[in-house]
Every structure is written in structure tokens, then in C-alpha cells.
Design a protein around this ligand. Structure first.
Ligand code: 4AD
Ligand code: MG
Length: 465
């Protein structure tokens, strides 16, 4: 092998004219090999792009024996001249001079042969599925969206604030938390009253994995002004749906001096920015998903970016649902927590665009939401999306110490003096929301199941890989 600096397939294909006629060095995994007695064609993929680079092996230079290990899934290193392609389907190809084999992949065993596999089957081999076109595309889009999120907030002067994953508090009050303990489960220490003695546990208290970074995020916002979190969150709810994970990533901006309208403006701008970023930077991958899975994908993304979201109070939303004449699985009435079928009816059938629902009954929302003057509803806002249902949940926060205290007592919550101090010392109106990262990736990729937009999904009865 000569001393040539390696290029990625993406580098070569993004500017073929620049490299045509030169000697190149490429490394990657073989997707397919085909050909005849004179010439063999290898489609090489190195993960940098969905596009393969065609490598041409002239059998006057390479013996059939030497190409035997070059099968689907094997990894190779090639040097040769990049030339304009004579065949259809690619602009350039490499005429191989040198071949080095890194690793073979026995065709009798390698599960990813070229025929299309079902997404269900690929979930069982999640350790290998990133090597498929589909998951390569999804994972590159996922990366681009994560990068866009940091860029959006950084450009706006928000600070990335790191909130803890292990916590003593249940932010959402749903009780769906994974406990964290080092106590011996088969021999739990007990107090005199017979309860588990958590004073002997690692942190000296009962602790869990967090369901949200919001409460600590509020501490950040009431000091730094505008912050956002972006980290994993955990929910032990037994929801076997295509939109729930037990471990998912959430982005939670929290803003001092924002009311619920500022909050909605930010949410709409933010989500449109992310979708636009993906449309601009992930063209090949989105086109692939559009062509192979969901012919309406690109149109749907553009539609969301180009149109205003509807803003509607919950009470009016419920009225529309009640008057729809639609048969729903779950009953709809004022006070009901809306199910995904209700949310999707409003978005897909009635308004035909994203909807931001506000002013929910306080009983169905978390303790921290600001109480409206009617004493019945709170200044919450959920963003509802086509195909997804709820993609964002947020609210203006209750900044009045006494009102918040009364609500927590009503709910029988334990005191959180550290949280109450934000209301005790220099309290300010503030707002925030949480975007479920995988639900955004789901929307942008057009995939149908949330388990297919995270490399290694966690859901009830599954923690492999
Ligand atoms: O509506 P949620 O529960 O709101 C909060 O956690 C607030 N503390 C956010 C805030 O105001 N800072 O969750 C926010 C979003 C949902 O809208 C949904 O997109 C996503 O998180 N989400 C899930 N995504 C995947 N799997 C689950 N089990 C999810 N639960 C919520
Ligand atoms: Mg919610």
C-alpha cells in the first residue's frame, strides 16, 4: 500500500471533479459484490453518507481467489484511481490497484444480506442494524438534529445547563420512576416501624433516575436567565406504544421573564428551525426515507415549516372533539386527559396542521404549572404534531410562593425547600418546555416506531445491547 491519506466516501462524492484522475485511498464495508469473469464491482460504504462508492476490480489484476473474502459485510482497504464512471448510477468509481482485507463476514452467518429486512427483525439485531441504509440514514439525521438543537440555543444566547440524572424528586408526579439503590434487595434494612431504612442507602435517602431535568433547570434559569438541558430521562411506565421509550432524551429550555405566549413563540421557532436544518443538511438521507418508506415525508416536513401552528385553549379543543361525531376509543369530556387519538384528530383531521393546546384543567397537569385566574385551569401548553401526537409539553411556571405551596400540599407532596427558594428569593415569572428528542426524530425521519430512531432502545422487557 502506498502512503496516501484516506478519504471518506462522502468527501470523494461531494466533490468528484476535485479528485477525479487522482490516486485515492478508501476504507469501508462491502455492501454488495457482483460482476463477471473479467470485472467485479463492489459497492463500498463507510458510513459517512448513504451513498456507496463503486470499486472496480479488473480480474487481469486481481485473482478470483483474492476476491473471495470480499463478501457483503466484510471490511476492506482499497487504493486506486478515481475515474468518471462508465456505468449508470454513479458519477465516479475507483479502479482498484491495491486491496487489503481487514475482516471477513462469512455469508453463511452474516445476517445482513442484501435483501430488505423487516424493521422488526432488525430490532432483534440492533447491534448490527446501524450498518443498514435505513438506520444509517436515521442515525445521521439524529446526529444532525442534536447538533441543530445546540446551535439554535447557543446562537440565541441560551446556556447548556447540566442537570443530574439521579434524584430524590419526582418532577412530573406520575410516580413512574426507576429506583436507584445499593441496598441488598434480598435483605433490606428496616426502621423500627418496619419501613425500608433509606438512611442506610448510598445517598442516605430514597433515590431514582430522573423523569425530567426541569426542576433543576428552573434553578439555572433563575440565575443565568435562559438555559436548556439536553440529556437522558427515564420513565418506568409500562407503555408498549410506538411513541414511548423507558429511556429517552429530552431537551428542556427554561426562560426567566417568559410568559406562556413567549414560550409558545420559542417552541414554534425552535421546532421549525430543527426541521429546516435537517431538510438542508440531510438531503440524501431524507430523500432515501421518503422514497423507501413514506412518500409524503418531505412534503409533510415542508408543510410544517411553512405554516403557522394553531393556538387553542383546551376547552375549545374538547368542544371540537365532542362535536366531531367521531367514535373514539377513550371518552372525551372537559377534564379528560387527551389521548393520542384525540390529539391526532385535532391535528390531522380538523386543523390539518400542528396545534398548541393551552390552559388545561389543573387536575391533569403537574404541580408546577401556573394557575389561571379562573382557579380551574393552568397555563400549560402542549405542542401536538401530525403522526406523533404530543411532541412538546410545557408551561408557564407558578412563581407565587403561597399558591405553589398550597398546590403541593393539596397534592400531598413532600416539601422541596431548595425548589421553593426560587420563589422565596427574587422570584420571577418564567416558563419552559420539554421536547421529546426521539419524537422529533420520529417526525423528521417518518419512521413509525420510536424504537427505530434510537440506536439501542429500552422498553418493557427489553434492555439488551
Ligand atoms: O410532557 P412531559 O412529561 O413534560 C415534562 O417532563 C416537563 N418537565 C417538560 C418541561 O416543561 N420542562 O414530557 C415532555 C416530552 C413529551 O411531550 C414527549 O415528547 C416526551 O417528552 N416524552 C416521551 N418520549 C418518549 N418516551 C416517553 N416515555 C416519553 N414521555 C414523554
Ligand atoms: Mg406531557
Amino acid at each position: 500500500m502506498k502512503d496516501i491519506r484516506r478519504k471518506t466516501v462522502k468527501e470523494l462524492l461531494s466533490d468528484p471533479a476535485k479528485y477525479a484522475g487522482t490516486e485515492v485511498d478508501v476504507k469501508g464495508w462491502v455492501r454488495t459484490r457482483r460482476g463477471n469473469k473479467n470485472v467485479q464491482f463492489v459497492a463500498l460504504n463507510d458510513g459517512s453518507t448513504i451513498n456507496n462508492l463503486q470499486i472496480v476490480f479488473d480480474l487481469s489484476k486481481f485473482s478470483e481467489e483474492s476476491l473471495k473474502p470480499v463478501t457483503t459485510g466484510s471490511s476492506i482497504h482499497v487504493q486506486g484511481k478515481l475515474v468518471e464512471s462508465q456505468g449508470k448510477g454513479q458519477s465516479v468509481e475507483v479502479q482498484a490497484d491495491e486491496l487489503e482485507i481487514y475482516g471477513t463476514a462469512d455469508p453463511a452467518e452474516y445476517p445482513l444480506q442484501k435483501k430488505g429486512h423487516s424493521l422488526e427483525f432488525l430490532r432483534e439485531i440492533a447491534h448490527l442494524r446501524p450498518r443498514t441504509n435505513t438506520f444509517g440514514a436515521v442515525l445521521r439525521i439524529r446526529h444532525a438534529l442534536a447538533f441543530a438543537i445546540h446551535k439554535f440555543f447557543n446562537d440565541k444566547g441560551f446556556y447548556y445547563f447540566h442537570t443530574p440524572l439521579i434524584t430524590e424528586s419526582d418532577c412530573e408526579g406520575a410516580g413512574a420512576m426507576f429506583q436507584v439503590t445499593t441496598l441488598p434487595l434480598d435483605e433490606l434494612p428496616k426502621t423500627e416501624e418496619g419501613a425500608v431504612d433509606y438512611s442506610q442507602d448510598f445517598f442516605g435517602a430514597a433515590t431514582s433516575l430522573t423523569v425530567s431535568g426541569q426542576l433543576e433547570g428552573e434553578l439555572g434559569a433563575t440565575a443565568l436567565g435562559n438555559i436548556y438541558t439536553f440529556g437522558p430521562t427515564f420513565r418506568a411506565e409500562n407503555s408498549n406504544t410506538p411513541r414511548h421509550l423507558s429511556e429517552f432524551w429530552m431537551i428542556e429550555p427554561e426562560m426567566a421573564f417568559y410568559d406562556v405566549n413567549d414560550n409558545m413563540d420559542l417552541a414554534e421557532e425552535f421546532i421549525k428551525y430543527c426541521i429546516n436544518y435537517a431538510l438542508e443538511h440531510c438531503k440524501d438521507d431524507i430523500q432515501f426515507l421518503n422514497d423507501h418508506f413514506d412518500k409524503g415525508l418531505i412534503d409533510r416536513l415542508k408543510f410544517v415549516v411553512d405554516n403557522d401552528f394553531v393556538r387553542l385553549p383546551y376547552t375549545e379543543g374538547v368542544k371540537i372533539l365532542e362535536e366531531s361525531g367521531q367514535k373514539f376509543e377513550f371518552p372525551v369530556y372537559w377534564g379528560a386527559d387527551l389521548a393520542s387519538e384525540h390529539e391526532r384528530y385535532l391535528v390531522e383531521k380538523h386543523f390539518k396542521r400542528p396545534v398548541m393546546l393551552t390552559d388545561y384543567p389543573k387536575e391533569i397537569k403537574a404541580f408546577y404549572m401556573k394557575l389561571n385566574e379562573d382557579g380551574k385551569t393552568v397555563r400549560g401548553m402542549d405542542v401536538l404534531f401530525p403522526q406523533i401526537g404530543e411532541i412538546i409539553g410545557g408551561s408557564q411556571r407558578e412563581e407565587n410562593y403561597d399558591v405553589l405551596r398550597a398546590r403541593m400540599e393539596e397534592l400531598g407532596m413532600a416539601d422541596m425547600p431548595w425548589y421553593m427558594d426560587t420563589r422565596k428569593f427574587g422570584t420571577v415569572p418564567h416558563s419552559g418546555f420539554g421536547l421529546g428528542f426521539e419524537r422529533l426524530v420520529l417526525f423528521v425521519t417518518g419512521m413509525q416506531n420510536i424504537r427505530d430512531v434510537i440506536p439501542f432502545p429500552r422498553y418493557p422487557k427489553n434492555c439488551s445491547f
